[in-house]
Design a binder for this molecule. Structure first.
Ligand SMILES: Cc1cc2nc3c(=O)[nH]c(=O)nc-3n(C[C@H](O)[C@H](O)[C@H](O)COP(=O)(O)OP(=O)(O)OC[C@H]3O[C@@H](n4cnc5c(N)ncnc54)[C@H](O)[C@@H]3O)c2cc1C
Length: 485
């Protein structure tokens, strides 16, 4: 559906006015922002609960991060799932049996496209349309301002909705660390978001910064393609293999969860397994992990240690500062890469919402990218204070989907988040007492943690959840709203 097409017949209700601008009242329709995996499942579940749904997607296709055709997509040519197939797929739409345990990103996109087609979601999506503002209106309703992303621009339009589900993703706005001397450095520096395939590394001396899954993937590619590869990490990690006992690692953990094995027992088992399969990582020159396994989002990579062991990757500590032609490390060494890849993660951004609506706890103005243009403008970043990383206090008709970093796949959690949201919106009409009880739960528990381990305040850990614990809490929320349909 294109934005200008047949808008009139899409309107169910009256036109209101706000500060001299027309506001098209969409009645009980719910707005979804973004058509990535979380937005798609939100459209489906709201539709199934009987709501009209308008979804706005600024890109021209579905799939979000998994759609590599989109400029902001963080996937690179070799990206495969890190969470295995059964723990990633939506509960009501399995991936094909003949697909491997860890499908390639192109397959994940085709899965999402099939999902959109199967549940007839595309007619609800306004592609090439960006949400620029979401403001509270009366009775828990929301005024959503949108604008066409076409190069010819277009007028802003405001529609009023009964609820808004924000599914804008948190893996597209690069987190750029500040380094002394970086502006005078003569080598190339890119963020991992701009890394697309290994030809960018070929025959170059590459420094990869960051010990997360992306940093490890790129270091492994550099080991095979680059003239030299240094891998800088600031702390020790557990490098879990993709398979344990012949099964995908997350499935083994999930089996133990299903047997209700307590965290300590699972940690004991995992430490034993790691000792046997991986051994002491300090032997490879890597820092010792400073946390227990499962206390932090796992790094799943079977190849990193292999390439360290074969001399393809040289582990190095943090960067102290940049000089014109070299990089100084915290151990005093100087290295001379000609390409630095910053795999330093991404920041959540909600530019269209006033920070207090999500209860952002700390606001700092940061510049988000070296690439210039709109993405490098200052933005407000903070940690939203939400119940289940989804529901803001005082604004229960607004919810966020997909703002989680689980020890398994994101899709099933986003699915159940939107089921809860749909049930809540329904309960407001048909079971106000249950809805009020859910509202009180949000008030009380917003800002909690649904993660079994201790996490640091690093943005990398803000949204970590243990999927078993998290799903149980979602079930509790559903139980509160049960009977509300
Ligand atoms: C390298 C890499 C590997 C990963 N591996 C896994 C994995 O193995 N398993 C897993 O479960 N997850 C993985 N993830 C996480 C991945 O982000 C999620 O799987 C998933 O994409 C989250 O979906 P989402 O819909 O919440 O966000 P996204 O996929 O980011 O989609 C958000 C959508 O919202 C749109 N949007 C944003 N702002 C606006 C606006 N203002 N107006 C209109 N539209 C807007 C965007 O264009 C986008 O289409 C990985 C991520 C990366 C970077």
């Amino acid at each position: 559906m294109s934005y200008d097409q047949d808008l009139g017949s899409e309107l169910t209700g009256t036109t209101l006015w706000r500060d001299g601008w027309p506001v098209y009242d969409r009645g009980e329709t719910v707005c979804v922002i973004g058509a990535g995996p979380s937005g798609l499942t939100a459209i489906k579940n709201l539709k199934e609960a009987g709501f009209g749904v308008d979804c706005y997607e600024r890109e021209t296709g579905v799939g979000g991060a998994w759609n590599w055709r989109h400029d902001r997509s963080p996937v690179y040519a070799s990206t495969h799932l890190i969470s295995s197939k059964p723990l990633t797929q939506f509960p009501d739409f399995p991936m094909p049996d003949d697909w491997p345990d860890y499908p390639h990103h192109a397959r994940v996109l085709s899965y999402l496209e099939r999902y959109a087609d199967h549940f007839e979601l595309r007619p609800h999506i306004w592609f090439g349309t960006e949400v620029v503002k979401v403001e509270p209106a009366d009775n828990g309703r929301w005024d959503v301002t949108t604008r066409s992303t076409s190069k010819y621009g277009g007028a802003e339009r405001i529609h009023r909705y009964a609820g808004v589900m924000v599914a804008n993703g948190h893996n597209w706005s690069p987190k750029m660390p500040a380094y002394e001397g970086l502006e005078d450095y003569r080598g190339d520096v890119i963020h991992a978001g701009a890394y697309k395939d290994s030809t960018q590394l070929r025959a170059r001396r590459v420094l990869v910064v960051g010990g997360g899954n992306t940093g490890c993937d790129i270091a492994v590619e550099a080991a095979q393609q680059a003239a030299r590869c240094w891998h800088s990490t600031r702390r020790g990690y557990w490098y879990a293999p993709k398979y344990v006992l012949g099964r995908p690692t997350d499935q083994v953990n999930d089996q133990l969860l299903a047997l209700r094995a307590p965290m300590r027992l699972r940690q004991w088992f995992a430490h034993r397994t790691m000792r046997l399969a991986v051994g002491d990582v300090t032997r490879f020159g890597l820092p010792k992990p400073d946390h227990k396994i499962y206390q932090s989002h796992p790094v799943v990579n079977s190849q990193l240690l292999y390439y360290v062991g074969h001399g393809g990757i040289a582990p190095v500590p943090e960067i102290a500062r940049f000089h014109r032609t070299s990089v100084e490390l915290t151990d005093g060494r100087h290295i001379e890469p000609d390409l630095v890849v910053l795999a330093t993660g991404y920041l959540p951004r909600f530019d269209f919402l006033e920070p207090e609506l999500l209860g952002l706890d700390a606001h700092s103005r940061v510049s988000s990218g070296p690439e210039g243009g709109a993405e490098s403008r200052p933005v407000v970043v903070g940690r939203p204070k939400l119940y289940l990383h989804s529901f803001p206090r005082r604004h229960p008709t607004l919810a966020v989907a997909g703002l989680v970093q689980p020890d398994a796949g994101v899709f099933p959690l986003a699915h159940w988040q939107s089921v809860v949201f749909a049930r809540y919106l329904r309960a407001r009409q048909s079971a106000p007492q249950r809805a009020a009880e859910f509202g009180r739960r949000i008030e009380k528990e917003a800002g909690g943690s649904w993660h079994e381990g201790r996490t640091t305040d690093s943005t990398r850990h803000w949204f970590e959840v243990s999927h078993g614990l998290y799903l149980r809490e979602l079930q509790r929320a559903l139980d509160t709203l049960e009977g509300a349909r």
